[in-house]
Design a protein around this ligand. Structure first.
Ligand code: ZN
Length: 172
């Protein structure tokens, strides 16, 4: 069942990023080749619930381990415009770059692409009477937010994040 969900999510992603224009195809090729270079899977970070509670703040724990959602316009990064990299607050995996961050007007940090290292995984979330694509950290399974198909070009995607799932490291 879990595997089926992942397949559906992959199909959704393909469907929305499959616009047959040259730029998208070039981008796609680039993404494929970087994926090939990084074929060695990252070591998983697996911790007990008690350990996550100890490591994370109550709000970080609620969002990343219990799929909570922070209130819009309240998070620490929704309007950050500084250059840098956004890491997973749970395990430090590099997830997003300020280069693909944009103001979606929704009050959560939003990105139109992930960093090239494929540390973000998509899975189907059918909670709250909706079918959405949940995004999680591939290394520690932290809930990050959701991805929607109404983002800007070149991907047309909007990765909508909770600030508390992220740790920002400013560029030097
Ligand atoms: Zn993580």
């Amino acid at each position: 069942m879990k595997q089926a969900s992942v397949l559906v999510a992959a199909a959704l992603l393909l469907a929305c990023s499959g616009a047959p224009n040259a730029a998208a195809q070039a981008q796609r090729k680039k993404a494929d080749s970087s994926a090939a270079e990084e074929r060695v899977p990252m070591e998983k970070v697996v911790k007990s619930d008690a350990d996550w509670r100890k490591q994370l703040s109550p709000e970080e724990y609620e969002v990343t381990r219990k799929k909570g959602t922070e209130r819009p316009f309240t998070g620490r990064y929704w309007n950050t415009t500084q250059k840098g990299i956004y890491l997973c607050v749970g395990c430090g995996a590099e997830l997003f770059s300020s280069d693909t961050k944009f103001d979606a007007g929704c009050g959560w940090p939003s990105f139109w692409d992930t960093l090239g290292k494929k540390h973000v995984r998509v899975r189907v979330d059918d909670s709250h009477g909706m079918v959405r694509s949940e995004i999680v950290c591939d290394r520690c399974d932290a809930h990050l937010g959701h991805v929607f198909e109404d983002g800007p070009l070149p991907t047309g995607l909007r990765y909508c994040l909770n600030s508390v799932s992220l740790k920002f490291v400013p560029a030097k």
